[in-house]
Design a protein around this ligand. Structure first.
Ligand code: PLP
Length: 401
């Protein structure tokens, strides 16, 4: 019996794509949205939108209250101690840039920033550029065969000069949970700041900030079934207090004169300008939707889909997976076949997978690959989506091999 997602009908986008003959297997790039998100966006504009934190009129006050309620919802979702620890950004990428500029003043030439070999460009380039600006050393933790950060080597490389560790919780290329708790422990014994890229991790299961105990945690709403244009930067109060303001403008200021200004602390001090109000409200609606799902049923379903994906790959020759994926996404290459040729034939058969370097060029280079194909799953995917994928893969490989 084929797996059938009990939540598929909640996502109009996946149904529309199916009606068009498209099998969507690219949720790690961006996920389809539940009806609740569409309703929220429509309601915000149809009922009269207003800017937040500016006006005392009724629409403005209503929008501000709803906006701040969403901040509380995000903090509850992450089990953060308080809503004041949640900064709304424009996405994970802008959160990393905020961090790299906001923390820049803490580092001295020769200090070490530690990342891993599998980081997405969003959690690589802001640190790389900071290292170049301030003459810091960017240390890269290598991976083991399974695609996990190698803990023995990490223990050697996280040292007395380490001032910051920034690592991904779940790789967007390998689909493998990283040993984040152990790495955070190593970094903390050195007194380093810790940043976790939760862009992929936040989508699967619940992550408790008080247990994870990192200084900063980052994610984008659009991968968590929410709208695009908004991301989250969670920080511990002491870590947030270290951030220097980096973008300047409306509503981040306490007092301003022509020559001087005094800025708000986090979160408002780091949300200069009009925030993405509609997206924040729709993120709140997304969390309402996710909160009413049975977490055990979701986890069991995601695992079952993952198993089907893994069995399909295992049943075919000439396919090499990148590392050992353990949830919801996997990348692969086929002996003697260029990934762009295969991607083209899959596209022609209505299979929407991602092909290329997955914003992780240095990782691909290290693996000796020009690119790979990635299949990624959302909670709306059915077993038949994977059956269609494998059937299309077989047809493509009949032509290419
Ligand atoms: N980190 C990881 C692991 C990702 O997969 C992505 C996006 O694919 C990002 C960061 C950047 O997210 P965004 O493009 O939403 O800013």
């Amino acid at each position: 019996m084929s797996l059938h997602s009990p939540w598929r009908a909640d996502f109009p986008g996946i149904l529309a794509l199916e009606a068009e003959g498209q099998t969507y297997l690219d949720s790690a790039a961006t996920a389809q949205k539940p009806q609740a998100v569409l309703d929220s966006l429509l309601a915000y504009y149809r009922n009269g939108c207003a800017n937040v934190h500016r006006a005392q009129h009724l629409p403005g006050e209503r929008a501000t209250r709803a906006f701040e309620r969403c901040r509380e919802q995000v903090s509850e979702y992450l089990n953060a101690p308080s809503a004041g620890q949640i900064i709304f950004t424009h996405g994970a990428t802008s959160a990393f840039n905020l961090l790299a500029y906001g923390l820049e003043h803490l580092f001295r030439p020769g200090d070490e920033l530690v990342i891993s070999a599998l980081e997405h460009h969003a959690n690589l380039l802001p640190w790389q550029q900071l290292a170049i600006r301030q003459n810091l050393k960017l240390v890269v933790l290598p991976l083991d065969q399974s695609g996990r950060i190698d803990l023995d080597q990490a223990a050697q490389l996280i040292g007395p000069r380490t001032r910051l560790l920034a690592i991904s919780q779940l790789s967007n290329v390998i689909g493998c949970w990283q040993p984040v708790a152990e790495l955070l422990r190593m970094a903390k014994t050195r007194g380093a700041l810790t940043v976790v890229d939760g862009a992929q991790g936040v989508v699967h299961g619940r992550h408790d900030m008080q247990k994870l105990d990192c200084d900063f945690y980052v994610f984008s709403s659009h991968k968590l079934y929410g709208p695009d244009g908004v991301g989250v930067l969670y920080g511990k109060p002491a870590a947030l207090a270290k951030l220097k303001h980096w973008q300047f403008g409306g509503e981040m200021v306490q007092v301003a004169d022509y020559q001087l200004a005094k800025f708000n602390p986090a979160p408002l001090g780091f949300e200069a300008g009009t925030p993405p109000v509609s997206s924040v409200l729709a993120l709140g609606a997304t969390l309402d939707y996710l909160n009413q799902l049975d977490p055990q049923a979701v986890e069991a379903y995601e695992q079952a889909l993952h198993q089907q994906l893994m069995s399909g790959f295992a049943a075919r020759d000439h396919i090499t997976l990148l590392g050992e994926p353990n949830i919801a996404l996997a990348s692969f290459v086929v002996d003697g076949v260029h990934h762009t040729d295969l991607a083209q034939l899959l596209t022609e058969q209505g299979i929407a997978v991602r092909a290329g370097q997955h914003c992780a060029m240095p990782l691909m280079k290290q693996l000796g690959l020009s690119g790979a194909i990635r299949v990624s799953l959302g909670l709306y995917n059915d077993g038949t989506d994977l059956e269609r994928f494998f059937s299309a893969l077989d047809s493509a490989l009949d032509i290419l091999r």
